[in-house]
Design a protein around this ligand. Structure first.
Ligand code: DHB
Ligand code: FE
Length: 282
């Protein structure tokens, strides 16, 4: 995949629009029944009207809203905006039946078909990749406690500057991305770095809103993971590190207590963290 990138953080948001278009997620858009569209669009429009009424929204504010929505589209930031401000609820209502491991939002920066690296794996990294070395290890089982030996752990993370490969300039294509089949016992071990806290791009329309509202743009440092196994529900997840000031104050509202890691110093000068997965049968 080739994508033109220029040295602006806002490109990260625009790149997410290209990836969404190519992702195949937009299937069956015409298949949502009219009653459901009526319900959802009707309630959304009513909520907006109720807010306008309650707060006596002015024409100046209404026109700024129009201009801003146009700009979000022109900046290619709808995936970014919706993943930050809405996906956490979509994720929650779609996974709350599960007994197994908790999920979290996918966010806009997942790219399928990362290089396959059998466990124990080292993710693609630049020479002298900045950041604390991290060994992420664990097991994949079902809710009966059986090891799932055909499971795959996909992982992607921001570098020590908070940038994702393929969405920011001058980073090798698959840097800090990989797809790791578990070993014959259902265990995995992945060497990478500890990701840095991530600031959602501030130079596009989403950033303008954040600044105009006097919010902050930070997400706590996180690993992104997808764990899959045939016959089991895919777990899409993020994992967080203790002590990050934004764990309690994530702009994307995607932290859950079950997703906090407990890394320990290891004798290679880095940290090791264990996280064991339990997948629900489909
Ligand atoms: C966004 C970025 C992330 O890395 C993430 O996990 C969720 C959302 C964003 O910029 O929208
Ligand atoms: Fe992220």
């Amino acid at each position: 995949m080739t994508r033109e990138v220029t040295p602006r953080a806002a490109e990260s948001g625009a790149g997410a629009t290209d990836v969404f278009r190519q992702s195949g997620k937009l299937q069956g858009e015409a298949d949502i029944p009219p009653e459901r569209v009526n319900l959802l669009a009707g309630e959304l429009i009513k909520a907006a009207n109720d807010i306008a009424e309650k707060h006596a929204v002015t024409y100046e504010e209404f026109n700024i809203l129009k201009a801003w929505m146009i700009q979000v589209g022109e900046d290619g930031e709808w995936p970014l905006f919706l993943d930050v401000f809405l996906e956490h609820t979509i994720e929650d209502v779609n996974t709350r039946h599960r007994e197994g491991t908790k999920g979290s939002i996918e966010g806009p920066y997942y790219v399928p078909n990362a290089p396959t690296l059998p466990s124990p794996a080292t993710l693609p990294m630049r020479e002298n990749e900045k950041g604390t070395p991290l060994i992420f290890t664990g097991s994949v089982k079902n809710t009966d406690g059986d090891a799932l030996t055909d499971a795959t752990v996909e992982i992607w993370l921001a570098d020590d500057d908070g940038y994702y490969s393929q969405f920011a300039p001058n980073i090798p294509e698959w840097n800090l991305r990989g797809s790791v089949p578990v070993d014959s016992e259902g265990n995995f071990e992945i060497e990478c770095i500890k990701p840095a806290p991530y600031q959602i791009p501030t130079d596009g329309a989403t950033g303008k809103l954040i600044a105009a509202a006097d919010w902050h743009a930070w997400r706590p440092a996180h690993l992104h993971i997808k764990v899959s196994a045939p016959g089991y529900e895919l777990v899409t997840q993020q994992l967080y590190f203790p002590g990050d000031p934004h764990n309690d104050d994530d702009i994307a509202n995607a932290v859950k207590p079950e997703l906090l890691l407990d890394p320990q110093p290891n004798d290679q000068g880095g940290e090791t963290v264990v996280y064991n997965y339990v997948l629900d049968a489909e």
